[in-house]
Structure formats: C-alpha cells, structure tokens
Design a binder for this molecule. Structure first.
Ligand code: ZN
Length: 340
C-alpha cells in the first residue's frame, strides 16, 4: 500500500523548477551529437511527461492494471509499469498507525480504505497474503505485449518499505533476486529497471541494483535524471525521479479534491521532463475517470508522452551526479529518497 503525504512539493520551490529545466536543457545540447533526433526531442520537448505505474497489490494487479492498459490503449500512450512480484502483505502496513505519526490521519484523508478495499487491508494479518505476480502472470505478459515497459517494484512491498534500513545485505539481495527471478520467468527476460517501494533506498539496495545491470531505476523524488551519490558513495545506475506528488499525497490537503486535482497537476507541468507516479490501485481504480481526464487535458496542452526507458536512453550519457538522501517531506509519515 502506498504511503501518502502532503508534499506539494519540492518541485514547487521556485529554484528546483528552474534548475530542473536548465539541467534538461543542458542535457539536450550536450546530447545532440550522440542522440538520435527522436531522443534529443524527448528532452527538448517543452512538455514531456512519463507515467510511472506502481503496482502494489493483488487487487491492483488483477483489476487496476487491465483498466490502465485499456485507458492507455485508447489514448495511444505507453507507460512504465513496476510490479510487486511476491506476497501482498498490505494488511501489515496498518501497523504504521502505531509507528508513524500522522499515518492514520492520512489514510482517512485520502480515502485509502475505499481505494484499497477491505480485503487488501487484511492481507498478511487476518487474511493470508496472496501471491501477486504468480497469480496473474498473463497480466504482466499482456502489459509487455501491449508495448509498455515493465520492471520490478519489489518482492514484498510492505517488508521493504518498513524494514529496508535494518535488513542485512543478504536479505535485501534475496528480496531483489526473488523478484527478478520470477519477473524473468514470466516476462522471458531480466528486468531492465526497478523502482523502490515507498521511495525507500539504502546504500545496500543501490549497490545491489548496480550489480543487476539495470538500464535505469526510478527510486526517488526529484527534478531531473541523475546518477546518485548516497552516503558519500557514487552509484552507477541512472535514476529518473518522480517530479510530481502522487494523487494520494495531495487529495484532501490544501483544498485539493477529486474535482480540482487535475487543475493542480496541470499547474505542475514544467518545461522539459515531468515524471508522474500513478498507482494501479488509484488511477486504475476509484480515480480512473480523473486519470482519463488528466490524459485528455495533457494532450490538449500538447504534451508529449514518453517512457522512462526513452528518457534513460536520451539522458544516460549526459546526466549529472546529484546527492540522494532519505528525508522527510512535510505531511508525510516516514522518509523518502530525495534528490538533492
Ligand atoms: Zn508502491
């Protein structure tokens, strides 16, 4: 289950918006000799947007992914889907009510119980945790077959999100390996990308991701693609951060509701690359109509829809190093990886 916050956001700081477009613009000029026209236009395009789809739960995989595939097919856009491969232990996230200040309030503010459903909120506690990807291999295959990018979100979302900093290297390795192995068995090739659950990383997770030969990761929040320097160490896998707050972070805060949330999002659209994380459980569920409207309005603005893989290929030779650290964002319970 995704966590939520009120971050409205790092991107709203005037400085970071300006910085981000200048980084993108710098990249486009230094990139121009080595890139194809198509690649360079991704970063040159004044309004590019990539949808990163986090799939967190059993129900989200079963119901939300097919709905999003349908919506995207109709709109003629491609996205990058990250699947939770192992058990759905969403019910265990409920214990954050006792361990993270503000968690209960946020769950209620954002309507999490109706978005996620009662069964999901009991998985791993009163109900057994169902296997996600193994239950719906055809949905993963279908996503790839329809031309979307697919990657690994995690093995056990709640376990990673709540315990990563305390896990041994072997344990972190086993979470990534189990997820990657099952992904390979279903999709037929090794994952090219991962995205950390709850934007939670550690030096160990970044190092292990480097060893997986990934093309890029999307682990954090920030303003433009970069190579992360975390705890003083530089890592080698390109990071493409999410630049917009997620729907469940902003709904119910600062006067934003289901009726005006897309006005807020369009106001976030900045020159250059925008990356928006959506959730199969939200935009593929109770908020599907709102997502359809967002896509239509982005099209009317003349936005260019790109995938994270296209961004990675356009930026990998020229992306700068930048700090990445776990930090608090106002209104959020817990820490997230933030580009410095
Ligand atoms: Zn997630």
């Amino acid at each position: 289950m995704s966590e939520t916050n009120n971050e409205v956001s790092k991107d709203q700081k005037a400085g970071s918006s300006t910085d981000s477009s200048s980084i993108i613009n710098r990249q486009s000029s230094t990139d121009s000799q080595s890139s194809t026209d198509s690649q360079s236009s991704i970063v040159n395009c004044p309004l590019s947007i990539a949808f990163k789809v986090d799939v967190d739960t059993y129900a989200g995989t079963r119901d939300g992914v097919p709905r999003l595939l349908e919506i995207m097919e109709r709109a003629g856009i491609k996205a990058t889907f990250y699947f939770s491969m192992g058990p759905d232990n969403s019910g265990k996230a409920i214990r954050r009510i006792f361990t993270r200040k503000g968690f209960l309030q946020k769950m209620l503010r954002t309507g999490a119980p109706s978005a996620y459903g009662l069964r999901t909120m009991l998985y791993g506690t009163l109900l057994p945790a169902p296997d996600i990807a193994a239950s719906f291999p055809e949905i993963l295959k279908q996503t790839a077959a329809r031309g979307h990018e697919t990657g690994v979100h995690c093995w056990d979302h709640v376990y990673w999100h709540d315990y990563l900093p305390r896990l041994s290297r072997d344990k972190v390795s086993s979470e990534l390996r189990r997820a990657a192995d099952l992904f390979q068995r279903i999709i037929g090739s090794a994952p090219r990308s991962t995205a950390a659950p709850g934007w939670t990383v550690s030096a160990t997770s970044l190092e292990l991701q480097d060893s997986m030969n990934l093309e890029y990761c999307s682990d954090g929040r920030g303003y433009a693609p970069f190579y992360p320097v975390f705890d003083g160490k530089r890592f080698y896998t390109l990071q493409i951060p999410s630049t917009w707050p997620t729907l469940d972070e902003i709904l119910g805060a600062n006067g934003i509701d289901a009726d005006n949330v897309n006005d807020f999002y369009l106001s976030q659209m900045k020159s250059g690359l925008n990356v928006h994380t959506i959730h199969a459980e939200m935009e593929g569920g109770v908020m599907a109509d709102s997502f359809i409207e967002l896509v239509e309005r982005l099209k009317l603005m003349g936005a260019r829809f790109v995938t994270l893989g296209e961004v990675a290929r356009a930026c990998r030779d020229s992306a700068p190093d930048a700090p990445l650290s776990m930090g608090e964002i106002p209104g959020r319970a817990g820490l997230v990886a933030i580009q410095g």
